[in-house]
Design a protein around this ligand. Structure first.
Ligand code: ATP
Length: 227
């Protein structure tokens, strides 16, 4: 039996007396999109943060490609973090306003020791992959539209060569006219690169269109798991 890309078991996240995520379990394969859907406050973002280990879960397990993440120290997690990359709702929030897009996309390559003579070409390739021509590399985030900026954020995430994208409402802040373009880009990347996508989304129509499977949450718990 093959190991799932992501396996989450009995995940619990508490904020004081509030149990935001209450024994949530699901798994996700490479090349698959699993949506977490449900009303505001049901625990979707807390689940995403706990999967990414940006908010350590109070209990439960998170395994990425069979490797247990919970219980690892920050130092032990660091080399594994590139494998799981977040894309958040605010397209401008993930990019420093001071840096040109080219530098934002190059940064993970440099930090991870993968910057060499072919670095600039790799950055151009990543921008092309998300539908941004090379001239966008010269711009700063405020010189891009929300949709273009989200594309640049996706290019930066891809620079880490992730296996898993955790997409937390990636199109909710965008103009409705550009949402479909960004969603289609994400589906194409998922298919081309065999990425697993954990897709947090409150919009039922978007979820139906984009996800292979849907996990619905309410009050921190999973209420159904379709598919
Ligand atoms: N940092 C925090 N401190 C205290 N309580 C929090 C914190 N973050 C979330 N919560 C609470 O945890 C519960 C789940 O919130 P969470 O943001 O995970 O849900 P969500 O489904 O993503 O909601 P939304 O769609 O509105 O972002 C809510 O009751 C929320 O008020």
């Amino acid at each position: 039996m093959s190991v799932p890309l992501l396996d989450v078991r009995d995940l619990v996240v508490r904020y004081g007396t509030v149990t935001a995520v209450d024994r949530v379990s699901f798994s996700l394969d490479a090349g698959e999109t699993l949506a977490l859907n449900g009303p505001s406050g049901c625990g979707k973002s807390s689940t995403a943060l706990a999967v990414l280990q940006l908010r350590r879960p109070d209990s439960g397990r998170v395994r990425l490609e069979g490797q247990e993440l919970t219980g690892l120290s920050d130092d032990e997690l660091r080399p594994l973090r590139p494998r799981m990359q977040p894309v958040f709702q605010d397209p401008y929030g993930s990019l420093s306003p001071r840096h040109r897009i080219r530098d934002a996309v190059a940064e993970p390559l440099k930090v991870q020791g993968r910057w060499g003579p072919d670095g600039p070409a790799r950055v151009a390739e990543l921008l092309d992959l998300v539908g941004l021509g090379p001239s966008y590399g010269d711009r700063r985030p405020h010189e891009l539209s929300g949709g273009q900026c989200q594309r640049a954020g996706i290019a930066r995430a891809l620079a880490s060569e992730p296996r898993l994208l955790v997409l937390d409402e990636p199109v909710s802040a965008l103009d409705p006219s550009v949402r479909a373009g960004v969603l289609n880009l994400l589906s194409d990347l998922r298919d081309e690169l065999g990425l697993g996508c954990l897709f947090i989304c409150h919009d039922e129509a978007v979820v139906r269109h984009f996800a292979d499977r849907v996990v619905r949450m309410r009050d921190g718990r999973i209420v159904t798991d379709e598919g």
